[in-house]
Design a protein. Structure first.
Length: 164
């Protein structure tokens, strides 16, 4: 019986010490995602029909970017590439001068595009993360059309390009 008690005590000591010396191991798996920079347009006017009497018409567009600044919008008119002045042009090359003005209420953007170089830049440096930037384009004929204005469809295209 003494041997049994000694054996039981030794066995208990061995098992107990094995449990207190249990090891553990860990693993880690890094996780992440890269969200690419992007800007998007919404609420873009489908087109502007200029008034023959020279009164102002207005269009709009909104853009926003998922970055906190560091992007630039460039504004241009196709007519500025041809003559340096904004105008609408018919298929025969006849032009009617226009006045074009850009205005964005929540920015300092307030440009008249007449006689400007094309690709007018406007930089957005900080505090613009997902902020909608609504911009209005206001256009009018410099002179109303008359009975002697050559007939035809006159067009121009306003463009905005956001680089980020």
């Amino acid at each position: 019986m003494k041997i049994f008690i000694k054996s039981a005590a030794i066995l208990a000591a061995l098992l107990g010490s094995g449990l207190t010396q249990a090891a553990n191991t860990t693993a880690s798996i890094p996780m992440g995602v890269e969200v690419p920079k992007s800007c998007s347009f919404s609420d873009v006017s489908s087109g502007l029909v200029l008034s023959e009497d020279g009164s102002e018409v207005q269009g709009t567009y909104t853009f926003k970017c998922n970055i906190d600044g560091g992007f630039t919008a460039f504004y241009s008119l196709d007519s500025l590439n041809n003559s340096g002045n904004s105008s609408v042009r018919n298929t025969n090359g006849k032009t009617l001068p226009t006045s074009v003005h850009l205005w964005a209420p929540n920015t300092v953007l307030n440009h008249t595009l007449n006689g400007q170089l094309n690709n007018i830049p406007h930089s957005f440096n900080f505090n613009w993360l997902n902020v909608p930037i609504q911009t209005f384009i206001k256009v009018q004929l410099v002179n109303p059309t008359t009975a002697t204005t050559p007939a035809g469809i006159y067009t121009d295209t306003f463009r905005v390009n956001v680089n980020y």
